[in-house]
Design a protein around this ligand. Structure first.
Ligand code: SF4
Ligand code: FES
Length: 219
């Protein structure tokens, strides 16, 4: 995973922005246009808003490109009460929750509350999305088969959500989560599920083994 972190400060807050993870010109610009202005340099001016307004908008950044540290308080961003995986049409899977992305040996490679997982197979920053789906013309609606999530009982809400990366293959999600897609709606589950990240599955967002046939390379 690449990382290019720039920092923007006031006396109260340090706003960080990871250029490599920023994919989505909407939430921040729409939420606080005076602070986040892509036609200006620097494009982030935290001094133009109050700290609580900044926090509200930063915590909506779906890719996790934006984060903050408070200089005079221990308060930090808390994960939501339930983990949520949102299917973006023709784009990534957004995960909002207590996320730990792990390699096959169980080493945590990224801990975060917000991540955008590549599902077109073309990102140069795998497993994270880098907007390559746009150039690749990736097409995928937001429907899913809810029945496949109902084969295990719901064990609770929230808590740690583990995302294990399989080499040249999907990622496995374990924990409690809601899967959300505009075309199907919301399903609460605790189902261990493999999600496609090669872009080729016929049963998106789930893996159907196509990654082997198309020789998907995840590194
Ligand atoms: S909300 Fe996050 S991903 Fe979207 S433009 Fe702002 S920093 Fe980038
Ligand atoms: S990762 Fe795409 S079908 Fe398995």
């Amino acid at each position: 995973m690449k990382e290019t972190i720039l920092s923007y400060q006031t006396d109260e807050i340090n706003v960080t922005w990871d250029k490599e993870r920023c994919i989505h010109a909407a939430e921040c610009v729409r939420g606080l246009p005076k602070v986040f202005d892509t036609d200006r340099k620097p494009w982030i001016k935290p001094e133009l808003a109050g700290t609580s307004e900044l926090i509200q908008v930063i915590e909506k950044c779906p890719s996790g490109a934006l984060h903050y540290e408070l200089k005079h308080s221990d308060r930090t961003e808390q994960p939501p009460k339930q983990n949520v995986i949102t299917i973006e049409e023709d784009g990534p899977l957004y995960i909002h929750g207590e996320v730990a992305i792990k390699d096959l040996d169980g080493n945590v490679v990224l801990k975060d509350t917000r991540v955008a997982m590549c599902r077109c197979g073309r990102s140069q920053n795998k497993p994270l999305c880098d907007n390559s789906h746009i150039e690749a013309g990736f097409k995928a609606d937001t429907s899913y088969d809810p029945e496949r999530l109902r084969t295990e009982p719901v064990k609770g809400k929230g808590g740690a959500l583990s995302v294990t990366l399989y080499e040249n293959a999907p990622f496995l999600v374990e924990g409690n989560y809601d899967l959300v897609g505009d075309d199907t709606g919301r399903e609460t589950c605790s189902k261990k599920m493999s999600f496609c990240r090669c872009g080729g599955s016929q049963t998106k967002p789930y893996c159907d083994g196509t990654h082997k046939k198309i020789g998907f390379v995840s590194s």
